[in-house]
Design a protein around this ligand. Structure first.
Ligand code: CA
Length: 372
């Protein structure tokens, strides 16, 4: 008996938004040979320095998955920040079709539409586990698609850093007073929170951070976590390394695709692009968890960086400001309200479960020795 073969694919953007994959009988329909034989040369523009560990290499990994799994029918070439367009112009470049794909994080586009920040991270918000659960199984992807429809883009989660570090400082943070007058690179909603605490937030692409901190143009900077921060060499110009990353508890990286370019693809290639993003999404988080502690040990033990916890009193105040800032954003328009209501109600439920699972477990005696 001949086994029937089934092709698995994702439908157009609604299925993509749900991350759903459907299967159909191979014999039911055949794509015309003009489509099967066609190839697509796609450009992926990114906000990252070329091959930057975790982020730039995450974009390369995604492109490689697509190139290999399509057998070369799609060939994606990755461009680092500034190679084709500057870091913060990639959103427009993909929206207007001069590149087919972009790799960044949605909070960089708050100037386009402030509620896009919910699809990166929010201060004191979801962890990576919660973010992926909301996106794939809590309606988050559908809302993300709705928000990107205006720009002719199809979004996909394509990585996550996990909880970040609070950042690099040259003076201690002992009270809220120490944040007053502080000029700090800190993107997204957290920048607004810092402003409320009396500081001045600056949004800069990664490639400009070191020189800005070194020259004194900014007083403090957050980037990601030990693996990435070691690579940039912040320990050479800043003494104190603060945790936890209250402002970015599980930052989602994104791939966005020009919608017309995506819809031009046959269904099998759409399915590969969608699922390559899912693979890249999982792989990046795994890489950060695997690399961060080794990098932290290098920073502390070899470069004598002083690891500090932000005082609880400071964190509590920042949490209060965060609630205010996020509530104001949610009140700004109906779609922002819809996104935040979904985010908030999902977070309430996921946190109730994680409190008695992950949190309860992690509060037990830790298995590993910590650097602190
Ligand atoms: Ca960051």
């Amino acid at each position: 008996m001949q086994r029937r073969k089934f092709l698995c694919y994702a439908g157009a953007s609604t299925a993509l938004a749900g991350g759903l994959v459907a299967c159909k009988d191979e014999n039911a329909s055949q794509a015309p040979s003009s489509v099967v034989n066609r190839t697509w040369d796609w450009k992926m523009v990114t906000t990252w320095p070329k091959y930057f560990p975790g982020l730039g290499t995450g974009a390369e990994f995604l492109a490689e998955q697509i190139n290999v799994m399509t057998g070369g029918r799609i060939h994606v070439t990755v461009y680092g920040a500034g190679e084709l367009v500057p870091a913060f112009e990639i959103f427009d470049a993909v929206s207007n079709g001069s590149a087919q794909m972009g790799h960044g994080s949605a909070y960089y586009w708050k100037g386009k539409y402030p509620a896009l920040q919910f699809f990166s991270t929010t201060p004191f918000g979801m962890t990576a586990m919660e973010m992926n659960s909301w996106l794939y199984h809590g309606g988050g992807m559908q809302l993300w698609q709705e928000a990107y429809d205006t720009f002719g883009l199809v979004p996909a989660a394509s990585g996550n850093t996990g909880v970040q570090m609070a950042g690099w400082f040259n003076k201690e943070v002992n009270s809220l007073e120490d944040l007053k007058g502080l000029k700090m690179r800190i993107p997204g909603l957290a920048g607004e929170v810092l402003k409320r605490a009396g500081g001045t937030p600056v949004n800069l692409p990664g490639g400009e951070l070191f020189t800005s901190l070194q020259s004194g143009a900014i007083d403090a900077a957050e980037w990601v976590g030990p693996y990435n921060d070691l690579a940039f060499g912040f320990h050479e110009i800043a003494q104190y390394y603060y945790y936890p990353g209250w402002h970015e508890p599980g930052t989602a990286l994104e791939c966005f695709i020009n919608k017309a370019a995506f819809e031009e693809l046959p269904e099998d290639l759409q399915g590969i692009v969608v699922n390559a993003c899912r693979v890249a999404n999982q792989d990046m988080l795994a890489e950060y968890v695997a690399r961060n502690n080794d990098a932290l040990e290098t920073l502390v033990n070899e470069h004598n960086v002083e690891l500090r916890a932000l005082p609880t009193e400071v964190l509590n105040k920042l949490a209060q400001f965060s609630e205010e800032v996020i509530e104001e954003l949610a009140s700004s328009d109906p779609l922002a309200r819809k996104i935040y209501d979904s985010y908030r109600s999902f977070l309430t439920k996921s946190r109730a479960w994680l409190n008695i699972s992950e949190r309860a477990f992690l509060n037990l005696s830790p298995a590993g020795k910590t650097t602190t």
